[in-house]
Design a protein around this ligand. Structure first.
Ligand SMILES: Cc1ncc(COP(=O)(O)O)c(C=O)c1O
Length: 382
C-alpha cells in the first residue's frame, strides 16, 4: 500500500538470491569464494586516507557543504581530465561532484528526461541502470551488445522511428569488460548530435586498464551533448566513501545540479578533500591497483579455458565475462554452483536477456583463489 508504482517497478537484485545460495553452501560446511559483487578488495592510497583522517579533525568540514565548497574537487577533476585525456572543462560550469556514479546516473536521468521519454540502453548492462530507468519513468530501446561486434552497440540498427532522449554507454564495460576506442566515441557523439540525443558515458573503470591499454574519455569527442560520470570507487578503491564527479555539457550539468540540490548537499567535505588529493596523485598509484587485477585476470582466464569455458582476455575492468557452453539458464546455474561448489558468480541473465548463456566473475580474490574457483566450477553440472 505504501509503495509507489515507481518503487515497485525497480527490479529486485539477483544478489540476494546468490546470498541465500551461499548461506546454504556455508551451512553445508563449504568454504565460500564470492566472485559475484564487483567491489574492490584493495585499500585506498595511504595519502588519501591520511587526508580524510585530518579532515575529520577540522571543524570547518562539519557543516553542510555548499556549491562553492566543492570548488577544490571540481578543479582537481578538471585538472585530471586535462592531464589524463587532454580534455578541457570549465570547473565552474562543466563539473559537478557526485556521491558516486550510481547516484549521479539516477539523478542525471531525472534531470535530462521526462517520464515516458526513451533511453537507448545496452543489453546486457549494469543492473542498477534498470532501477534508475524505473525511477525516472522511462521507456527503453535496448541495444544488443554481441560478442561478434566486440560488445559495442550498432547505432545504425536503431530504427528511425525510435525517438530517444539519451544514449547510455559504459566502456570499459560492466559486465562484458569490453573496451571502446576514441573513434567509437566520436561516431557515437556525432550520431547523437545529429538526432538531438544526449550521450551519457558511465566511466567508473577509466583507470582499471591492463598492459599498455588506456581507456579514452567520451569527452574527447567534445563536450556538446556529452556527459561523463567518473567514480573513485574502483580507480582509488573508495567504493564505500561514495564519491565521483560528472563532467561535460554545461546545460546537462546545470540540470543535474538543480535536481541534486533538491536531494543532497554534496559529499562530506573531508571526502571531497580526499578525492581531490586522489585525483592529483601520480598515475603510478592507479597503475599499481590495475596490476593487481591484471595478475588475477592472467590466472583466471586460462583456468576457465581449461574447463572448456569461452572467455576473451579483458583489456580493462575488474571482470571476466565467460560463455559457458550449453548454458541456457544462468540464474539456476549460478545458484547451483554456489550451493554445490561454494563459488558465487553473477549469472549473465541478471544483466539482461543478452547476458543469458554467460556468467560474470569479479576479480576480487587473489590469483590462486580464482584458479581454485575455476577448478571447483568445472565439477558443477549444467
Ligand atoms: C558500470 C558501473 N557504473 C557505476 C557503478 C557504481 O559506481 P559508484 O560506486 O561510483 O556509484 C558501478 C559499480 O560496480 C558500475 O559497474
Amino acid at each position: 500500500m505504501w509503495a509507489s508504482k515507481r518503487a515497485e517497478n525497480v527490479p529486485a537484485s539477483v544478489f540476494s538470491l546468490m546470498d541465500a545460495a551461499l548461506g546454504r553452501a556455508r551451512a553445508a560446511g563449504r568454504t565460500v569464494i564470492n566472485l559475484s559483487i564487483g567491489s574492490s578488495d584493495q585499500h585506498p592510497p595511504d595519502a588519501v586516507l591520511d587526508e580524510l583522517r585530518a579532515a575529520t579533525h577540522d571543524p570547518a568540514t562539519y557543516r553542510y557543504p555548499v556549491f562553492s565548497d566543492t570548488s577544490p574537487l571540481r578543479q582537481a577533476a578538471a585538472a585530471y581530465l586535462g592531464r589524463r585525456f587532454g580534455v578541457s572543462v570549465n570547473p565552474d560550469t562543466e563539473v559537478l561532484p557526485l556521491i558516486g556514479a550510481q547516484e549521479g546516473l539516477a539523478h542525471l536521468l531525472l534531470a535530462v528526461t521526462d517520464p515516458g521519454d526513451t533511453l537507448l540502453l545496452p543489453d546486457p548492462c549494469y543492473p542498477p541502470y534498470l532501477g534508475a530507468v524505473a525511477v525516472a519513468g522511462l521507456r527503453t530501446h535496448l541495444l544488443p551488445l554481441l560478442p561478434q561486434r566486440g560488445f559495442l552497440p550498432d547505432l545504425d540498427a536503431v530504427p528511425e522511428g525510435v525517438n530517444a532522449r539519451a544514449l547510455l554507454l559504459n566502456y570499459p564495460n560492466n559486465p562484458t569488460s569490453a573496451v571502446a576506442d576514441a573513434a567509437f566515441f566520436r561516431q557515437a557523439a556525432e550520431w547523437c548530435r545529429a538526432r538531438g540525443i544526449l550521450l551519457i558515458h558511465d566511466h567508473p573503470y577509466a583507470e582499471l586498464t591492463f598492459g599498455d591499454y588506456r581507456a579514452p574519455s567520451a569527452l574527447e569527442a567534445g563536450l556538446d551533448g556529452v556527459v561523463e560520470l567518473h567514480s573513485l570507487s574502483k580507480t582509488h578503491h573508495l567504493g564505500g566513501f561514495r564519491v565521483g564527479f560528472a563532467a561535460g555539457d554545461a546545460r546537462a550539468i546545470a540540470a543535474l545540479a538543480r535536481v541534486k540540490g533538491a536531494v543532497d548537499f554534496h559529499p562530506y567535505l573531508g571526502i571531497q578533500r580526499a578525492a581531490a588529493l586522489a585525483l592529483g596523485l601520480p598515475d603510478e598509484v592507479c597503475r599499481a591497483g590495475a596490476h593487481v587485477f591484471q595478475a588475477r585476470r592472467d590466472a583466471l582466464v586460462p583456468a576457465l579455458r581449461n574447463i572448456g569455458w569461452d572467455v576473451q582476455t579483458p583489456q580493462a575492468s575488474m571482470y571476466a565475462w565467460a560463455r559457458v557452453p550449453g548454458l541456457t539458464d544462468s540464474v539456476a546455474f549460478a545458484v547451483r554452483a554456489a550451493e554445490e561448489s561454494g563459488v558465487a558468480l553473477s549469472p549473465g541473465r541478471a544483466f539482461g536477456e543478452r547476458g543469458e548463456g554467460f556468467v560474470r566473475f569479479a576479480l576480487v580474490q587473489p590469483p590462486e583463489v580464482l584458479v581454485e574457483a575455476a577448478r571447483r566450477l568445472g565439477t558443477v553440472s549444467l
